[in-house]
Design a binder for this molecule. Structure first.
Ligand code: GTP
Ligand code: MG
Length: 262
């Protein structure tokens, strides 16, 4: 890619798409990304999917020099795949990274919305729960769980965001260094919450843009009760830590090791 290419006002952008058994979706999603933002690159981070997603991605990469594949040894969860993708992007000198699911839940056609907002922000969260945003084909219980989880997160952490669990986002690369992204231990939805939380605590310029979220049509869901419990527990711990840090700060004391206090 030449210097002149990339997304105006942002620079070289890499869309990282983690995949596990997305053989039915991978052509569709990469094709839509390439059509929506022709000057942006795509990295498929595949955990050795048994259904052959990685092999299909290799074919796509051979045919298109804007598509790349990161083959990982085995299933380690979404967070680990993203961290590997971010490290790959840093190594290759990208200016910004977008997180996107492979299943079509995140519309590639909305990429310009996220990237335009990134022109004057460090992180942009695609949000289902602000005016203009929406969720399609979700059963009521899942919507309630998601909305309830987000209300809890907002109260526990004092972050202003309406959708801290969403997975359609754009970050400028310096954010990842500042928040020590490689030390994030969360998996599942907590990974997204922790990314937002650390970015917020470090004072980065963040904003939300409305997105249209559509539940997957093909393939198998990996959502589980354990993922939800992990999120609840971690958010509660961070909330308590943040209040303790606030107190220490008010008393003129130093933060504890491992604190999210910037
Ligand atoms: N590399 C990698 N990707 C994963 C892993 N688990 C999930 N993914 C991918 O992460 C994205 C989000 O996972 P989904 O299964 O869609 O999770 P979800 O949206 O909560 O659940 P659905 O209801 O199935 O849509 C998809 O692109 C998955 O293929 C994993 O262990 N490794
Ligand atoms: Mg999904």
């Amino acid at each position: 890619m030449s210097e002149a290419e990339g997304y105006p006002g942002v620079g070289r952008v890499l869309v990282v798409i983690p995949t596990y058994n997305e053989a039915d979706n991978i052509r569709m999603i990469t094709g839509r990304v390439r059509a929506a933002v022709p000057d942006v690159d795509v990295l498929v981070a595949d955990d050795n999917s048994p259904d052959g997603t990685g092999g299909i991605a290799d074919e796509l990469a051979l045919a298109d020099d804007h598509i790349f594949v990161l083959h990982r040894a085995g299933k380690e969860g979404l967070g680990a795949a993203y961290k590997a993708g971010f490290a790959w992007a840093k190594d290759k000198g990208y200016d910004a990274v977008v997180e996107m699911d492979a299943d079509g839940s995140h519309a590639p056609e909305e990429l310009p919305l996220l990237l335009d907002a990134l022109k004057d922000h460090d992180a942009v969260l695609g949000t289902r729960y602000i005016a203009g945003g929406s969720v399609h084909n979700w059963p009521v219980h899942r919507l309630l769980l998601s909305r309830g989880g987000n209300i809890y997160i907002r109260m526990a952490l004092g972050m202003p965001f309406r959708d801290a669990t969403g997975g359609y986002r754009a970050y400028r690369m310096p954010v990842f260094d500042a928040i020590n992204v490689e030390t994030i231990a969360s998996t599942g939805y907590s990974f997204q919450v922790e990314l937002a939380w650390r970015s917020f605590r470090n004072g980065f310029r963040m904003t939300e843009v409305p997105i249209t979220f559509t539940e997957r049509e093909h393939g198998v869901s990996k959502m589980s009760g354990n993922i939800f419990k992990e999120q609840l527990l971690r958010v509660t711990v961070w909330g308590v830590q943040a209040r303790r840090d606030g107190l220490l700060k008010a008393l003129g004391r130093k933060p504890r090791p491992g604190s999210t206090w910037p």
